[in-house]
Design a protein around this ligand. Structure first.
Ligand code: SAM
Length: 280
């Protein structure tokens, strides 16, 4: 792997800030990410944003078949010219927006849920995580590089500043494992902040069980809609007061608490205590 600075210049490309293009600059880091991903040998891998192919090359060299979605046409051309020929039939490049990619269809084509890997562009990390949640049956696991602050939000527990909607949703549906911290020097151009590589695995049978996943999602989103307010006031953004009072009382939760103090199980309890939950 050549350094991205020279590689971009040699191919008439430039790093786009708006597309979150901070390329891995150190092949040892790319190898370490793939090693820590502990992928099943030879299994197909779905890569998000291959860029100049830092991770892609390591995956292909290790014998994986890679399907990769890259939004930047210049980078897709680069990968077609510089990477694809060395691995005939094993790199499937899709030019497009991963947020619009049908993950369920890809998993179906593959005949198994996706093993995802990606050094994610900062701009799409949160919407992508919510898409993963919606299509979690299509995702076996994901090893993703996030800005440190987002990684902290994902893995945060109640009472901490970073704890929010993402933490509760992923706390319920997934297990998060921190694999690696990377400093800005691991990338070109250097981002302002550090990054963290996380493994996200969806739980087959989340506990405690929910009658309505949609209701859970609405309650959590409403709870955090006004962070500085009490839970009761925040819930008013989405529900009538009579329902809120009844649900909080049935769940035995103090209406004066703030959403950020509620454990994941308490959000489940609140959802299950909702009078209209059955009909939602
Ligand atoms: N994987 C490469 C690496 O580690 O060096 C590049 C990582 S760079 C942080 C993010 C990559 O995602 C860029 O190549 C960028 O063009 C691509 N990208 C940005 N937005 C995207 C989107 N919505 N869909 C697919 N790819 C996207």
């Amino acid at each position: 792997m050549k350094h991205p600075r020279g590689e971009l210049a040699a191919h008439g490309l430039a790093a786009s800030k708006s597309r979150g293009q901070n390329f891995l600059a150190d092949p040892a880091v790319a190898r370490e990410i793939v090693r820590r991903a502990e992928l099943e040998p030879g299994a197909p891998v779905f890569e998000i944003g291959p860029g100049l192919g830092a991770l892609t090359r390591v995956l292909l060299e290790a014998g994986h078949a890679v399907t990769a979605v890259e939004i930047d046409r210049g980078l897709v051309r680069y990968l077609q010219d510089q990477v694809q020929p060395a691995f005939p039939g094993r790199l499937n490049l899709i030019q497009g927006d991963v947020l619009k990619t049908d993950l369920a269809a890809l998993a179906q084509d593959q005949g198994r849920p996706l093993d995802v890997i990606g050094n994610l562009p900062y701009q799409i990390s949160t919407p992508l995580l919510f898409r993963f949640l919606e299509t979690r049956e299509a995702v076996a696991g994901a090893v993703l590089t996030f800005q440190k602050e987002l990684a902290e939000r994902l893995a945060a527990g109640p009472g901490s500043k970073a704890y929010g909607r993402l933490s509760v949703m992923f706390g319920y549906y997934a297990r998060i494992e921190r694999l690696l911290d990377l400093g800005p020097e691991a990338f070109h151009p250097r981002p302002k902040v550090g990054s963290t590589v996380l493994r996200v695995r969806f739980v087959a049978d989340p506990r405690p069980p929910l009658r309505s996943a949609a209701m859970f999602s609405t309650v959590v989103a409403a709870g955090f809609s006004r962070r500085r307010k009490t839970l009761k006031n925040a819930l008013r953004s989405s529900f009538p007061e009579s329902q809120i009072d009844a649900a909080l009382a049935a769940a035995g939760l103090d209406p004066g608490r703030r959403a950020e103090t509620l454990a994941v199980e308490e959000f489940v309890l609140l959802t299950e205590s909702w009078p209209a939950a059955i009909s939602t």
